[in-house]
Design a protein around this ligand. Structure first.
Ligand code: 5GP
Length: 196
């Protein structure tokens, strides 16, 4: 089977991280790409699992060496997808999940052929703000920045293949897995020996 890229975007607080985490163990072809970022780790985040936390100098060096498949400046920091691991896993037939913002998603769609994209939306902006406040990981200025970014990003919804409304985590995880399953079954995803 051919591997492919699965881009997942959605504002901070939409629950995309939770959905991805719940879906991963249910389909063994899924693998999550770990991004590099210049932002500081939040409480509970683990180096090499949540992100590779690196300095601006290191980030710039990786950009210069062409080590990112895509990168973007989001909110107040740089984020990038390390290229090598993703390309290796695609060759191994894996479905590589990239949890990235809309700028990064556009770059990936422009550069690669085999991309499926999903946009996850919250039930409303009020609910999004509530979730951001409840998770208690951002200060007031950061919450405002994320809310204004969410309003801008949702304008890009139409450029994605699929949209999932996250009003219920379990149902959304099922939606996510259904998209993956259907995409795996496309005729162009497998190498068939038509003589046998
Ligand atoms: P956070 O700082 O809340 O973890 O992430 C902020 C935003 O950056 C989210 O929208 C997230 O999807 C996005 N992001 C995380 N990693 C990457 C990446 O490697 N590339 C791009 N373009 N965006 C990323």
């Amino acid at each position: 089977m051919k591997g492919f890229l699965l881009v997942v975007s959605g504002a901070a607080g939409t629950g995309k991280g939770t959905i991805i985490k719940k879906a991963m163990p249910k389909n063994d072809r899924l693998i999550l790409s770990v991004s590099a970022t210049t932002r500081s780790p939040r409480a509970g985040e683990v180096e090499g699992e949540s992100y590779f936390f690196i300095s601006k100098d290191e980030f710039n060096k990786m950009v210069d060496m062409g080590e990112f498949l895509e990168h973007a400046y989001v909110h107040t920091d740089f984020y990038g997808t390390p290229r090598r691991k993703v390309e290796e896993e695609i060759l191994n037939g894996k479905i590589v999940v990239l949890e990235i913002d809309v700028q990064g998603a556009k770059e990936v769609v422009r550069k690669y052929e085999n991309v499926v994209s999903i946009f996850i939306i919250p039930p409303s902006f009020d609910e999004l703000e509530k979730r951001l406040r409840d998770r208690n990981s951002e200060n007031e200025a950061e919450i405002e920045r994320r809310m204004s970014n969410a309003r801008i990003e949702i304008g890009q919804l139409d450029s994605y293949d699929y949209v999932i409304l996250n009003d219920d985590v379990e149902r959304c995880t099922e939606d996510f897995l259904s998209i993956v399953r259907a995409e795996m079954l496309r005729t162009d995803r497998e190498y068939y020996d038509k003589t046998r």
